[in-house]
Design a protein around this ligand. Structure first.
Ligand code: 5GP
Length: 190
């Protein structure tokens, strides 16, 4: 099923090309997002099946720490190539894919996969949960349950530039606006 399309990367990382599979070991994989929402957009996943944040408990703290370490190395590698890129690492409150995946995404949002308002809002509102916060909550034994109705609301909110607070009326206007920021930040636009 479509919801399980991230599992093959975890089960058979050796079967993917190096432009799909960035890095893997016995426990983790780093893959390129197939529909990138920014210049650099990766998914970091544990290889054993884990059904999202909601299934994590305090005993999974080391797993989350390992994901964060792995994401950090990915960021370091990307910044060595393009020091102007800024990154966030985190999780969508309500993911669309089942296997636990941490997004590592550059903050330009100039990506061919960024098409719908929900795509942008999912990374720039509280729908996006920074990995460090998620880890702190898990360590404190707090819940990682996100109410679907509450969080879907963030996706439907107005477009607002995450860098300057401008409010473009449409996605084409937002994309033109983000291109301008990217040029100023000297992000390489492919
Ligand atoms: P979510 O909203 O569940 O946090 O994000 C799922 C991510 O997986 C999206 O950014 C989407 O573009 C990406 N994605 C969906 N299907 C595939 C796939 O088959 N391969 C890869 N590499 N990424 C995928």
């Amino acid at each position: 099923a479509w919801i399980d399309m991230l599992m093959p990367y975890c089960e058979h990382p050796e079967q993917f090309t190096s432009d799909q599979m960035v890095w893997y070991d016995e426990a983790m994989v780093v893959v390129r997002d197939k529909f990138p929402k920014a210049q650099a957009h990766f998914l970091v996943m544990p290889r054993r099946p884990i059904d999202g944040l909601t299934s994590l408990t305090q005993k999974d703290v080391p797993t989350l720490e390992a994901l964060i370490n792995c994401g950090g190395s990915t960021v370091d590698k990307m910044k060595a190539e393009n020091p102007h890129l800024e990154f966030r690492m985190g999780f969508h409150a309500i993911p669309s894919m089942r296997q636990l995946h941490m997004h590592v995404i550059s903050q330009d949002f100039v990506g061919i996969g960024l098409k719908r308002k929900e795509h942008y809002n999912s990374f720039t509102t509280r729908f996006f949960n920074d990995a460090s916060e998620v880890l702190a909550r898990l360590r404190a034994g707090k819940s990682l349950q996100y109410d679907k109705r509450e969080y879907d609301h963030f996706l439907k909110g107005p477009l607002r530039c995450h860098l300057c607070n401008e409010a473009p009326a449409t996605m084409p206007a937002l994309k033109a606006h983000l291109d301008k920021h990217a040029r100023k930040m000297r992000v390489i636009i492919c």
